[in-house]
Design a protein around this ligand. Structure first.
Ligand SMILES: [Zn+2]
Length: 130
C-alpha cells in the first residue's frame, strides 16, 4: 500500500476529532506488520491534561487488537505540520523500530521521516543490573 492511502485514511480519521479547546483537529492512521491499519483522532477534555493525541489513540487501538509491531503511521492536520509530541514518540517507540516511517501532512505539504530521526534517544527500562 502506498503512502497516499495511509494519508487519506488519516485525513478521514481527522474528521472525527474532538477538539473544542484547541481547534486543532488531527487524524492518524497506523499500520502494523501484516498490513492491518488503525485509525484514530485526537480527543480533548475540559481538563486539558487528560486529552489524548491521535497517534497515541491509534497505538492503544492497535495494541487492543493484538497488533504489537508497528511499521508506519500517517498523521494529518491542517495548518501547523502535525509533528508527533514527545509523549507520542516514546509510545510509538515501544512498538515501532527506529526505521518506522512517519508521514506527516498538513494538506498542503507532506513530509516523510522516521521514528529514529524524530526520537534519536529514548527511554528504555534496562533491568539487566537487577
Ligand atoms: Zn502526542
Amino acid at each position: 500500500m502506498d503512502d497516499s492511502v495511509l494519508i487519506q485514511e488519516a485525513q478521514t480519521a481527522r474528521e472525527q476529532s474532538y477538539c473544542p479547546y484547541s481547534g486543532y483537529a488531527v487524524g492518524a492512521c497506523l499500520e502494523a506488520k501484516g498490513g492491518r491499519r488503525f485509525k484514530a483522532c485526537n480527543v480533548e477534555n475540559a481538563s486539558y491534561g487528560l486529552s489524548i493525541c491521535a497517534e497515541r489513540s491509534a497505538v492503544v487501538q492497535a495494541v487492543a487488537h493484538g497488533a504489537l509491531e508497528l511499521t508506519r503511521i500517517a498523521v494529518a492536520a491542517e495548518g501547523a505540520m502535525p509533528y508527533p509530541c514527545g509523549a507520542c514518540l516514546q509510545v510509538l517507540r515501544e512498538f515501532g523500530s527506529d526505521g518506522m516511517e512517519i508521514i506527516l501532512t498538513n494538506g498542503k505539504h507532506t513530509e516523510r521521516t522516521s521514528l529514529g530521526a524524530l526520537l534519536p534517544a529514548r527511554f528504555v527500562l534496562d533491568k539487566t543490573d537487577e
